[in-house]
Design a protein around this ligand. Sequence first.
Ligand SMILES: Cc1cc2nc3c(=O)[nH]c(=O)nc-3n(C[C@H](O)[C@H](O)[C@H](O)COP(=O)(O)OP(=O)(O)OC[C@H]3O[C@@H](n4cnc5c(N)ncnc54)[C@H](O)[C@@H]3O)c2cc1C
Length: 411
Amino acid sequence: MKIVIAGAGIGGLTAALSLHATGMTDISVLEAAREIQQVGVGINLPPHAVRELQELGLSAALAEVGLPTDELAYYDTQGTLIWAEERGLDAGYRWPQYSVHRGKLHQLLLDATRHRLGNHAVVTGQRVDAVEPSADHVRIRTTDTQTGLHSEQTAALLVGADGIRSAVRTALYGEKIRLATNGWTIYRGTTRTAPFLTGRSMVIVGDEHQRCVAYPIDAHTVNWLVVRPSVGGNAATVDLGNWNRPLSPDIIARYVENWTFEWLDIPAMVRASEAAYEYPMADIDPLPQWTFGRVTLLGDAAHAMYPFGSNGASQAILDARILAFELARHTDLDEALRAYESQRRPVVSAVQLANRSQVSDVMARVSAMARAQDHGNAAAELKKVEQTYKHLAGFDVETLNNRASWNAVRS
Ligand SMILES: Cc1cc2nc3c(=O)[nH]c(=O)nc-3n(C[C@H](O)[C@H](O)[C@H](O)COP(=O)(O)OP(=O)(O)OC[C@H]3O[C@@H](n4cnc5c(N)ncnc54)[C@H](O)[C@@H]3O)c2cc1C
């Protein structure tokens, strides 16, 4: 059975590795970029995503590139602690939480895919332009991004893992589904500097008007984000879904000028960043359907979400694992696709919506309490929100530690 995956991103490569682990061999990943570069800044992989990568045999490789996060701490705009909780192994999980450079994670997945499936399995410079699903196969049209030559192939299944601006999603839905911004921008970068607090802390500082998130991704590098309403008429808001629009760190440092604390000098950290990027937050409404005949969607293509709660890449990894698990368990491909979608779509749709409410609603409630010096209730509220989110996204300690593995071998 030939399976084609559109997009060699985190979701697409995890899907290729997961399908291969079940015993499938005819897998081809088509990637639009000619060269896969180590772009992006840091991302966080909570234990539910780490479990899946470890079960794919990537434990040692992951430990080499990732730094285990041991706490998440919220601070108000004065630098006063509101609430902190342990994370990863320290929180009782059987798997760590890793902070990692996104490019290094991507490279790790690419190396593993080429090593296990063969170099030919990932075809770069091939953009998927159009798809025609039918009941028992799919026709896929691609363009060579260097020569401009078009070609066509058929497969038993196409997995659209081509990211936030998915061409496969557009082929299925047309222009009905569009990326939209909530009017907030994320500014982000990495700085060569010593880690702070425990050395493995992830902090969220601020209120409903502006927030800074920071965490080390190795012993010498801190990843940071500043989130605030977009500047009026910001040109970037017309280029939604582009993660890599550069911006001077000095501009961003001015936004956080007053946030110098004993435990972290945020403006100095931002200013010392070698490069910084702006990303107007964008997502799509939850989709009513992921599977159309022999085409299904996965990762950002299926559920582009605001990057809160460290779940964009994690949910893509979970999609990949469950898709492979269901394909291994069912001899009927259509049944497998139905099982995949019915498990994943409702869960991830809820995560998309929860991420929307995190932007301002939650922070408005918590910050109002912190401003009234009611740190006790603010802490209780944050604890409740975090707990609810973990349940929703599939990583509360009990559920994750006790659920069966999604490792499966095709019969
Ligand atoms: C460059 C970049 C930087 C990012 N930085 C961050 C970050 O710093 N923090 C964060 O939380 N999230 C970041 N993200 C998003 C995060 O990585 C995703 O939420 C997560 O990886 C979901 O994985 P995915 O495989 O669905 O999509 P992606 O990882 O985005 O992968 C999609 C892949 O599909 C390819 N592609 C696109 N269109 C086509 C096509 N028509 N045909 C074939 N291939 C195609 C893309 O080149 C890409 O390799 C970034 C994404 C990108 C692409």
